[in-house]
Design a protein around this ligand. Structure first.
Ligand code: NAD
Length: 373
């Protein structure tokens, strides 16, 4: 089994799909690992550390030659994978709904695309879940970025010159990123409130010491929601949610939005008219900006000033924490492949539950039910 790790080619991508730690572990399983020179540089991993771990370093073409498995953060274009073994596996984030043409190109190239974001949310796959590991860090960074852009302090401070009031932070969408955003804002001393459409999050919000703010007159999603995910809400719910947000948002200093619906554009949660009711100097961080945005007027990688409110959001938030994001992502990939490692065959053999969920292409065809349907 030859595993190749390439330098990421996408603009602004600073992460890397393997670390010296996971290289060592793959070698212990009996694989050989080839890393493109410079692949870890933006994640603070010099080539020498990969070499010390036992990897072979070279140009991309050298690393790819005869590779059975290619590890990447963002799926490379199939044309960039020439030289890999026929039918090679590529484990990466594919954005299969947004990049459908690339999935077709993988099928045509005879490669087996394994979309890490399609990992099922089942207990045994938790350690392989790249959405969770990356969203957790993104939720943390969003709060720090918003705190940095905010012209006031987060904690209440009683000083000889007078008292500084605690910042009021409102988190919209309490999945993995939202929970970490609540925890981070609380650690910084803010007064935190949060909302979601899934009723199970109410207790989670309270357990972190924040105040739940929920639509009460229209039913939301019962419990965790199917697979832990939200769906698009009814018009009636959206109207009730807009009223709730309007009454709450004017009193907030910082709003962090994280709401996503798998396979769809992010739901719009804050309108320009609602932004206009906020105090000047308030900050909104839209973590969903790359998926269409939760906030009217948000633009990826720019700070937009609307009615004296700063609206910001990154196209790739985990990339702002490249070293930690890479370490966790690389472990997700290792946990995935090693769980299925067949010692006798000397290679991973996926089972149906996880294999069919993540596999997009095989034998020249698109085989994934989620994208075929
Ligand atoms: P996500 O990124 O898809 O969405 C973020 C949050 O936005 C979700 O909580 C969602 O309910 C919320 N949201 C969607 N539409 C909204 C709207 N209109 N208004 C307000 N909020 C809205 O979700 P995620 O963070 O990837 O995961 C959600 C949940 O899945 C987690 O909290 C967890 O309970 C579960 N999970 C389970 C596993 C596992 O068992 N292996 C792993 C990861 C996550």
């Amino acid at each position: 089994m030859r595993i190749a790790v390439l330098q990421e080619r996408a603009a602004g991508e600073t992460r890397v799909a393997a670390t010296p730690e996971t290289v060592k572990k793959f070698i212990a399983l009996g694989a050989s690992v080839a890393v493109e020179r410079g692949a870890g540089e933006t994640a603070c991993i010099p080539d020498a550390l990969y070499e010390d771990a036992g990897a072979e370093l070279g140009l991309a073409a050298d690393a790819l030659r005869g590779a059975d498995i290619v590890l990447a953060v963002q799926a490379p274009e199939p044309a960039a994978l020439a030289g890999a073994a026929p039918g090679a596996w590529v484990a990466a984030i594919f954005d299969p709904f947004g990049e459908r043409a690339r999935v077709e190109a993988y099928a045509r190239a005879g490669l087996e695309a394994l979309a890490m974001e399609f990992m099922p949310r089942i207990t045994r796959a938790q350690s392989m879940d790249v959405l969770s590991s990356q969203s957790n860090l993104a939720g943390y960074k969003a709060v720090l970025a918003a705190a940095n852009a905010y012209g006031r302090a987060f904690p209440m401070m009683m000083t000889a010159a007078g008292t500084v009031a605690a910042a009021k932070v409102f988190v919209m969408g309490v999945g993995v990123a939202g929970l970490q955003a609540i925890a981070t804002a609380r650690r910084l001393g803010a007064q935190v409130s949060a909302t979601d459409v899934r009723s199970a999050t109410r207790e989670q919000i309270q357990s972190l010491g924040a105040k739940p703010v929920f639509v009460e007159n229209v039913a939301g999603i019962e419990g965790e929601g199917s697979g832990g995910y939200a769906t698009e809400m009814s018009e009636e719910y959206q109207k009730a949610q807009a009223e709730l947000v309007s009454s709450h948002i004017a009193k907030q200093d910082i709003v962090i939005t994280t709401a996503l619906i798998p396979g769809r554009a992010a739901p719009r949660l804050i309108s320009d008219a609602q932004i206009a009711t906020m105090k000047p100097g308030s900050v909104i961080f839209d973590l969903a900006v790359a998926q269409g945005g939760n906030v009217e007027g948000s633009v990826a990688d720019q700070t937009v000033d609307r009615h004296g409110v700063r609206i910001m959001g990154y196209s790739n938030t985990p990339a702002a924490l490249a070293a930690d994001a890479s370490a966790l992502y690389a472990r997700n990939l290792y946990n995935f492949l090693s769980a299925f490692w067949d010692k006798e065959q000397g290679k991973p053999v996926l089972d149906a539950e996880i294999g069919n969920a993540v596999r997009l292409t095989q034998g020249g065809a698109v085989v994934n039910e989620r994208i075929k349907g």
